[in-house]
Design a protein around this ligand. Structure first.
Ligand code: CA
Length: 248
C-alpha cells in the first residue's frame, strides 16, 4: 500500500524494480479480441504498445518507431508471421530486436522453424496475461545483456566476472569457447537450442563455422564435467540440439 501512494504522488518516478517500464512493444496480431486484450494488459504494465493487424501495418509501425520487442502472431493474412520474422532478422536495423512468436500451432516442426528463423521465444495460444508478461520480461532481460555475476545450476556454479567455474566448490578449467558455451547454457537453462542457434548466440551471427563445431565443443565440455559427475547435465535432444538441465 505504501508503494501505491508513492506511485500516485509522483507519477513520473521511475521505479528501479520495474526496469521494463516505458519499453515499446510492437504487437502484430490480426484477431481484434486478442489484440485488445494484450494491448490493455501491457499498457497496464507500463509498456508502450504499437498495434498492427497485418504485415503492411507492422512495417509501417516499424518505420515510425523501432520497438524494444515484437510480439508476432504466426498466422497473419497475406504475409505470415514467419515470413515477417525472416525479413526482420535479415535487415540490419531490425535484426537485434527480440521477437516472441504467438502461435496456435503446436507441432514441434513449426516451433523449430520459428526458433531457427531467429525468434527468441514463442508462446502458445491461448495464453494468460501473466504468462505473456513473464516471457516478455525474461526476453527483455536477456536482450539487455543483463547477466548476473554468479549463476548456479545444480552443482555447477559460474562466476562470470572472475571467469571461473566450480562444481561442488571444486574449480574447473575451461577453454574460452567451452566457457562461453557453458555460460550461454547457464543463463538459458532447460531450453533446447539447435546447433545453428548455438552458433549464432555463442560464436556470433557473422561467424562462418560449421555446425559440427558445436558438437566438438559439447563433447569437450562433457569430458570436463564427467569426472565431477555432471556430464549428464549437457543433454542431447535428438533431432534438435542441446540443452543444459539439472534434471535428468
Ligand atoms: Ca492470427
Amino acid at each position: 500500500m505504501q508503494n501505491q501512494s508513492t506511485l500516485e504522488a509522483s507519477p513520473n518516478y521511475r521505479i528501479e524494480s520495474q526496469p521494463m517500464n516505458g519499453k515499446r512493444i510492437l504487437l502484430v496480431e490480426d484477431e481484434p479480441a486478442i489484440r485488445e486484450m494484450v494491448t490493455f494488459a501491457l499498457s497496464q504494465g507500463g509498456y508502450v504498445v504499437d498495434e498492427a493487424e497485418d504485415s503492411r501495418s507492422a512495417e509501417a509501425k516499424m518505420a515510425e518507431h523501432l520497438p524494444d520487442l515484437i510480439l508476432l502472431d504466426w498466422m497473419l493474412p497475406n504475409v505470415s508471421g514467419l515470413e515477417l520474422l525472416r525479413r526482420w532478422k535479415r535487415d540490419e536495423p531490425t535484426q537485434e530486436i527480440p521477437v516472441i512468436m504467438l502461435t496456435a500451432k503446436v507441432e514441434e516442426r513449426d516451433r523449430v522453424d520459428g526458433l531457427d528463423s531467429g525468434a527468441d521465444d514463442y508462446i502458445l495460444k491461448p495464453f494468460s496475461v501473466k504468462e505473456l508478461s513473464a516471457r516478455i520480461r525474461a526476453v527483455l532481460r536477456r536482450s539487455s545483456g543483463a547477466v548476473e555475476d554468479q549463476i548456479s545450476i545444480g552443482p555447477i556454479k559460474m562466476d562470470s566476472k572472475a571467469h571461473r567455474v566450480y562444481v561442488r566448490e571444486e574449480s574447473i578449467n575451461l577453454g574460452p569457447t567451452e566457457f562461453r558455451l557453458l555460460e550461454f547454457f547457464m543463463t538459458h537453462p532447460d531450453r533446447v537450442y539447435s546447433r545453428a542457434q548455438l552458433l549464432d548466440y555463442v560464436w556470433g551471427r557473422n561467424m562462418y563455422v560449421e555446425e559440427r563445431t558445436v558438437d566438438v565443443h559439447i563433447v569437450r565440455l562433457r569430458k570436463l564435467l564427467k569426472p565431477l559427475d555432471c556430464a549428464h547435465m549437457i543433454q542431447t535432444v535428438r533431432g534438435y540440439g542441446y540443452r543444459l538441465s539439472a534434471n535428468k
